[in-house]
Design a binder for this molecule. Structure first.
Ligand code: SF4
Length: 420
């Protein structure tokens, strides 16, 4: 089973010096984030962009509220190697200055840049340079604030059914705004319709994917700190991506944006939408059977795995009860218990082979000796990654109950009926 992505137009972001990133079409889902620095502070902004690039971001957006920011933009673009997007609100001049500075994509907000001649000037400048535009509606900025009677009408509709109406207002306003682009024969467009509410996000993007063939930039806006924003973001973005909707994502946290990149990368990797490039750690949650300090051990394993440069899968299990199944596909595993660790490594035939039984104090060092040896064998082409079959018989095997395999083979599987 794999995710079938919705077909969209494709836009290209970047240039030869900064690389090209596709959004939509046949391009993989691109991961983006936004700096939290003042853009006019060139050194700090460049340092953060480079850290986000090294962390795995494909695109980085910067805020350009003032002229001093767009002046700095040229030097920032000269010093980085990743395509840069200018985030423009209220002032169309900032978009024109950013384009002049060499930016690779513009974000316009239809909630605060509505004057048609001004939008047309930005479209014309982008068209001339081949720069795409994201039209990004946000729940917080979409309600009419200038026209009093329209505001009253929208507010009354929202009072009836806030989530449903807000979803439709965002999509309708995008559609209305897109007419300016169509009238100017400009289709190098990415769309977003963000909210802090995952239900509105789900509804808005589903509707956008039904109505438009432009690539979609997914995001839950103002999600808060990672501790609370993570669930909110992953629920909405994960559900949409699993349905094939979404061509670039940004997870938004009130924190160092490197956390947005780390979590966005993990989300795409677990959904099979991005190749894993670094080690993967699985670990049991621990329970009353645990007989070693597994949590401390797992933390140290995670720290030491940073030195490994290939996507080796390492499993750290508290005992042998559920361990074998969980470790299937892991390259190096340890089952701990009674103050000892039993270490398994995937052999050339793809079978997890017991290589050592060591006291608790030696588990970490021995495990990493095996992880390094395994990584070297992968690089020499002697073994394949994530190929291991675990032939370890747990103390309480499935037995007569069966695993369901006979039914699957006979195609007799049916979904269980849940009675509440
Ligand atoms: S692997 Fe063992 S110790 Fe860990 S949660 Fe499962 S049963 Fe408990």
């Amino acid at each position: 089973m794999s995710i079938v992505r919705r077909k969209t137009r494709k836009v290209m972001v970047g240039d030869r010096a900064h690389g090209f990133v596709g959004i939509g079409g046949d391009a993989p889902v691109a991961l983006q984030t936004m700096t939290s620095t003042y853009t006019y502070d060139i050194d700090t902004t460049v340092k953060q962009i480079n850290a986000l690039h090294a962390g795995g971001a494909d695109l980085v957006r910067v805020a350009v509220p003032d002229r001093q920011d767009t002046i700095a933009l040229k030097e920032i673009i000269n010093q980085v190697k990743i395509p840069i997007i200018a985030d423009v609100h209220f002032h169309f001049e900032r978009a024109l200055e950013s384009i002049e500075a060499g930016v690779h994509k513009i974000r316009l907000n239809p909630g605060n840049l509505k004057d048609r001649p001004k939008v047309e000037k930005v479209i014309a400048a982008c068209k001339e340079r081949g720069i795409p535009i994201r039209v990004g509606a946000n729940e917080g900025g979409i309600i009419e604030r200038g026209n009093k009677s329209q505001r009253a009408e929208e507010k009354a509709a929202l009072d009836q059914d806030y989530k449903g109406q807000m979803t439709m207002i965002m999509v309708e306003k995008l559609e209305e705004y897109l007419r300016i682009f169509a009238d100017n024969d400009f289709y190098d467009v990415v769309l977003s319709a963000k909210s802090v509410d995952p239900e509105i996000v789900l509804g808005a993007y589903r509707e956008c994917s039904r109505r438009f063939d432009f690539p979609l930039h997914l995001g839950v806006t103002h999600a808060g700190p990672p501790e609370t924003g993570r669930i909110r973001s992953v629920v909405a973005l994960g559900a949409l991506l699993a349905q094939g909707i979404g061509d670039t994502i940004r997870i938004s946290y009130a924190a160092d944006p490197i956390h947005e990149v780390e979590d966005g990368k993990e989300l795409l990797q677990v959904l099979g939408l991005r190749l894993r490039t670094e080690p993967e750690l699985i670990a049991c949650p621990t329970c009353g059977r645990i007989e070693i300090d597994l949590i401390s051990m797992m933390t140290e394993v995670r720290r030491r795995l940073k030195e490994i440069t290939i996507p080796v899968k390492v499993a750290v299990m508290g005992c042998v009860v559920n361990g074998p199944g969980e470790c299937e596909g892991s390259d190096v595993s340890v089952f701990a218990g009674k103050g000892r660790g039993v270490i398994y490594v995937s052999n050339n035939e793809g079978v997890a082979e017991q290589v050592a039984t060591v006291p608790e104090a030696q588990i970490l060092d021995r495990l990493f000796e095996e992880v390094r040896k395994f990584a070297d064998r992968v690089q020499r082409g002697e073994v394949k990654l994530k190929n291991a079959r675990v032939d370890i018989k747990p103390p309480d095997p499935i037995g007569e109950l069966g695993s369901g395999w006979e039914k699957i083979k006979g195609e007799k599987m049916s979904l269980p009926v849940m009675k509440v």
